[in-house]
Design a protein around this ligand. Structure first.
Ligand SMILES: [Zn+2]
Length: 80
């Protein structure tokens, strides 16, 4: 299966989220391997998403995890 540059661009987000089928992943990687423009695009997306992720880390933490962390922190806090 050969995908076009346009299809690759559309698949970048899905690829990052692991939402591609095995066949789609193979096509995606095969395209990246021989298309410098899409490699550059995917790299740029990666960096952008990582930046966004840093900003939104607090929001993306699951509620249960945050509560557990807060509980642990408050237990560890010395009481005055
Ligand atoms: Zn391409």
């Amino acid at each position: 299966m050969i995908i076009t540059c346009r299809q690759l661009v559309e698949a970048v987000t899905a690829a990052r989220e692991g939402a591609l089928s095995v066949l789609e992943q193979l096509s995606y990687r095969a395209h990246l391997a021989r298309c410098a423009a899409c490699r550059a695009y995917a790299q740029q997306m990666e960096e952008t998403v990582n930046l966004l992720h840093d900003v939104r880390t607090e929001d993306s933490v699951p509620d249960g995890f945050k509560a557990a962390l807060l509980a642990r922190l408050s237990k560890g806090t010395p009481k005055h």
